[in-house]
Design a protein around this ligand. Sequence first.
Ligand code: DSN
Length: 424
Amino acid sequence: MIAEKGHVNHTSGNRSDTEIREIIEKEIARQRNNLILIASENFTSQEVIRTMGSVLTNKYAEGYPGFRYYAGCENMDSVEDIARNRAMELFGSNYSNVQPHSGVNANMAVFLAVLKCGDRVLSMSLRDGGHLSHGHKQNLSGKYFDIHTYSVNPETEQLDYDEIKKIARVVKPHLIIAGASSYSRIIDYSRFREIADETGAYLMADTAHIAGLMVTGYHPNSVKVADFTTATTHKTIRGPRGGLIIADKKYAGIIDRAVFPGVQGGPLMHIIAAKAVAFREALQDSFKDYARRIIENSKALCDYMKDQGFRIVSGGTDNHLFLIDLTTKSMTGFEAVGILTSVGIIINKNVIPFDKLDPTITSGIRIGTPAVTTQGMGKAEMHKIGECITGALKNRDKPAILKEIAAKVKKLANEFPVYENFEV
Ligand code: DSN
């Protein structure tokens, strides 16, 4: 396409695409006026957003710093080197790959690096807390590999390492995946390492959800224990939407080749730059404090809900999220999402361990505190949020009460503003 004269000179205040601009404005309002309690979401800094919106998006840079398939990559090399170095410093490793476009892509690259089609993988069952990229039958992982799963103990609803070991002895997996998307307890990577060593498997820790809690020392660090650590950069790390892989440098060759040209082409250099910005932010002392507060808030909200008579899966939480079992409340997760959305509380429905309902309906909901903690909320606000959640769920057929709760939710959200004076 030939650019019109002036095509590249639009400023942010001079957008011609009003259709899209209006949607972005509405989304900013939605993020400001609601309470975002989706465990995998967060608010990035404005610097991260600006970096994503930079001219770095224009550049092709297939390859790696110093070995690119395109000319003119000198600035891209600098950006990627900074991002890689900061990722290594943050995670405490001697190798990183910051190119994966997402956590799923990071996982796919590890699979490509160490598995052949048909190889056995042992991972947490999706229905009991795992992730679709760990072997869902519609996902590439489930189609190309022989997936075996472990679950949680039916009594404690926590990982049972002796049971996982028994399964591993029978399955003899080539790869064991430790990691989950809806598990609220500490994951003991050392126990997984023992199991992997005994059965001769590679160990991959998928830390997508808890990476921010791990790099700040509040959760065990998988880096020295697992062969591969994958993560996303947009959840508790609070950066741009993306993925990364951390490993010992002995794996650098196979992982680099698996990411490019294995599962990806050109890296998203504007996103890699934004990852670098986020890693720098995460290396500050204030981020450690942030991670601590995420967990404090999660525990505070979880305890409040428990005190109000809601059953919490596994009885509590050690991280940024917890699951509520609604089976005794004559309500499905799907219904709860509808009620809470109507008052401005945004959560997601979630299957709970051994759930009898379909994943589109579910018996549970998942609640997470990374975003409200970024807003600066603390224990007092968790109490208010708990009141709003229980009030809405208990009065779901009383529109007048729901309206009052919606007003309280909006007021609370606006007391902790996000993206003030932000130019669309
Ligand atoms: N879908 C994400 C989550 O919400 O947990 C994980 O990819």
